[in-house]
Design a protein around this ligand. Structure first.
Ligand code: DGL
Length: 259
């Protein structure tokens, strides 16, 4: 058993959607969250730069005493998690687009995936897609500009709706019945997506699976926190704390930190 915190990082505020799932499943666990908003978006950056930024975040979380790290960013996972796993001596949980469940369940044999350029271009994404796309039409769409709008507090804006209109159109034309959200910022688009998409299209993300995997890996390494004292949560951002604060609500305090 360990009272050390779980470390979670993302290119910005999106990974808080994953933090919420982890906290819901593991309420006893202490957590430290890093939002590297200063360097967001990671999506258009190359593999080398994404790996460098991931290393910087991991080093800080380790310095702060974390026992396990959740890479709450599809772009960082698909580009850097192999490097992290082979260079650090602690468990990493990664997140990848939920292509597998969508491909197994689709009736129309047509699945849409919205993700960043970095995720869609990665080897890991291609490996997974190749495994499950047999006989299935996968419509890959880069969500260019979405992360920037969320990071600047324009989640529910006309600009966002206009972008989504453009990005969803080819998927609707291809008769998708599953839309995979392949970026941890995108679950915050859920209310808008539900309004924009026909009811029969199911929207899925990997948040719950990541939380379950976190629990199982902590258990396997005997690192679960079994103490019932109230858990402690620290949120650090090198960007504007207000944006993250509004996504988390009033119960949790977001601090500015240079890193
Ligand atoms: N939340 C990150 C992801 O899951 C966003 C990447 C970005 O900053 O472009 O991919």
């Amino acid at each position: 058993m360990s009272t050390k915190p779980i470390g979670i990082f993302d290119s910005g505020v999106g990974g808080t959607s994953i933090w919420k799932e982890v906290h819901a499943l593991l309420p006893n666990e202490n957590t430290i969250y890093l939002a590297d908003s200063l360097n967001a978006p990671y999506g258009p950056k190359g593999k080398e730069r994404i790996t460098e930024l991931s290393i910087k975040n991991v080093d800080l979380l380790i310095e702060k005493g974390c026992k396990l790290i959740v890479v709450a960013c599809n772009t960082a996972t698909t580009n850097a998690v192999k490097h992290l796993r082979s260079n650090y001596n602690l468990p990493f949980i990664g997140i990848e687009p939920a292509i597998k469940p969508a491909a197994l369940k689709t009736q129309t044999k047509s699945v849409g995936i919205l993700a960043t350029k970095g995720t869609l271009a990665s080897d890991l994404f291609h490996e997974t897609t190749d495994l499950y796309s047999n006989g299935i039409h996968i419509i890959e769409q880069e969500g260019e500009g979405i992360v920037q709008l969320i990071e600047s507090g324009q989640l529910n804006s006309d600009a966002m709706k206009a972008l989504l209109d453009i990005y969803l159109q080819p998927m609707l034309e291809a008769n998708i019945d599953y839309l995979v959200l392949g970026c941890t910022h995108y679950p915050y688009l859920m209310p808008m997506l539900i309004e924009m998409l026909p009811k029969h299209i199911k929207i899925i993300d990997s948040g719950e699976a990541v939380a379950k995997q976190t629990k199982s890996v902590l258990d396997k390494h005997q690192l679960l926190n079994t103490q019932s004292t109230k858990s402690k949560h620290q949120f650090f951002t090198n960007g504007n704390p207000e944006v993250m604060q509004s996504l988390l609500g009033e119960g949790f305090k977001v601090e500015y930190l240079e890193f």
